[in-house]
Design a protein around this ligand. Structure first.
Ligand SMILES: Cc1cc2nc3c(=O)[nH]c(=O)nc-3n(C[C@H](O)[C@H](O)[C@H](O)COP(=O)(O)O)c2cc1C
Length: 376
């Protein structure tokens, strides 16, 4: 039997199948509040076994891009409710991706125009945020030098994650995915070539480098329960100025072991090799390293599901689920243009190609107007 399309029990919750819609920022929330169109977009995709929402900022400080629906005000909680209720009514499950960008931001979108904050005082080389240009119009702006969070402020940010998790549950999400991937705040502590601190979160020891991530996880577990907590990680990622370092395998093995001990719902790995590096020899060796890490992770996650996303295909997903390498398979871009992706995969129907020009921002075009296969 083909396991990919069979139900799966995720920390006590039954998912209709093992296909996960990966988190995707679509930048279509004019006031940073999820709209009816955004609710419809997710409802159209509710046949996914699990939907992970686009990154939802946990605070204004945690925001690096305009027009992202956040999860830190009452209006934002109310805004998300239509999406979560619609997905649930259609038999789907949905987690909110909790997001703090750290240094990948710009003063034009920070409270009082202040510098973005980070675990580090080092700039994200080559990073871009989506803020306001000098003429006041929205546009891509280069990231600026961050201000390193004080030790006390780090504790406050941990609390912001916990508050956002409680807000997400109030908004009707089934759980939360802590965004620990793609060069954002958690990685700015984890990476010893970025972390330049000298307190208990410093890069001088593995324990200290992992401390922030684990404090966030523990605070979120304490607030909403371990069965509602997932985390996304991107070992060997390079997005937003993340240099590779010697202890990548050791770092992520130790982190995932600690997550396994906490029995959270899932660990979601994003393989960036096809996404940004391109299909060259570096990408192949990164993909191989991640494949090796997945086996290490699997052994350390007795009660926690393992998800992999990045250039997923039906064939690859089936093979990886079948041989037990992963439990659930994440698909990103295919879900943009195929609201009925699960039916298309299951029936072998052709996939529509997404239009990159409408990935971010703009109106409903490219968001809710991709038809299901049967209607074409
Ligand atoms: C338009 C777009 C927005 C994305 N936004 C996010 C995001 O908010 N959070 C995140 O963790 N990953 C984000 N990603 C990465 C996807 O979750 C996914 O890992 C990536 O697209 C690779 O999977 P794919 O090859 O199936 O598209 C985004 C990707 C795309 C294309």
């Amino acid at each position: 039997m083909n396991q990919l399309f069979q139900p799966y029990t995720l920390a006590g919750r039954t998912l209709a199948n093992r296909v996960v819609m990966a988190p995707m920022t679509r930048s279509r929330a004019p006031d940073d509040v999820a709209t009816e169109a955004i609710a419809l977009y997710y409802a159209q995709r509710a046949t996914a076994g699990l939907i992970v929402s686009e990154g939802t900022p946990i605070s204004r400080e945690g925001q690096g891009y305009l027009f992202n629906p956040g999860i830190y005000t009452k209006a934002q909680i109310d805004g998300w409710r239509l999406a979560t209720q619609s997905v649930r009514a259609l038999g789907g499950s949905m987690f909110a991706q909790l997001w703090h960008v750290g240094r990948v931001s710009h003063p034009s979108i920070q409270p009082d125009g202040k510098a973005p904050v980070s675990g580090s005082s080092r700039i994200a080389e080559g990073g871009m945020a989506y803020g306001y240009l000098e003429d006041g119009q929205p546009g891509m702006v280069p990231t600026t030098v961050p201000r390193q969070l004080t030790t006390a402020e780090v504790t406050r940010v941990v609390g912001d994650f916990a508050d956002a998790a409680a807000n997400a549950v109030e908004a009707g999400f089934d759980g939360v995915e802590i965004h620990g991937a793609n060069g954002y705040l958690l990685e700015q502590f984890l990476n010893p070539l970025v972390n330049d601190r000298d307190d208990r979160y410093a890069a001088d020891s593995m324990e200290n480098r992992l401390r922030f991530a684990l404090e966030v996880v523990d605070a979120v577990i304490a607030r909403v329960g371990r069965e509602r907590v997932g985390i996304r990680l991107s070992p060997y990622g390079r997005l937003y100025g993340m240099p590779h370092y010697d202890e990548i395998d050791a770092t992520y093995s130790a982190l995932v072991k600690a997550l396994g001990e906490r029995s959270i719902a899932y660990v979601h790995i994003m393989d960036q090799s096809g996404f940004i590096i391109g299909a060259d020899s570096t990408a192949n060796s990164v993909a191989e390293k991640i494949h090796h890490l997945l086996r290490v992770f699997r052994a350390d996650l007795p009660e926690t599901a393992l998800i992999l996303a990045g250039s997923m295909t039906r064939k690859r997903a089936e093979a990886l689920v079948e041989d037990g390498t992963i439990d659930l398979a994440g698909f990103g871009q295919p879900f943009i243009s195929n609201p009925d992706l699960v039916a298309r995969l299951r029936n072998g129907w052709p996939l529509a190609q997404p239009d990159r020009a409408t990935y971010y921002g703009g109106d409903a075009r490219g968001l809710i107007d991709y038809p299901p296969y049967s209607a074409q």
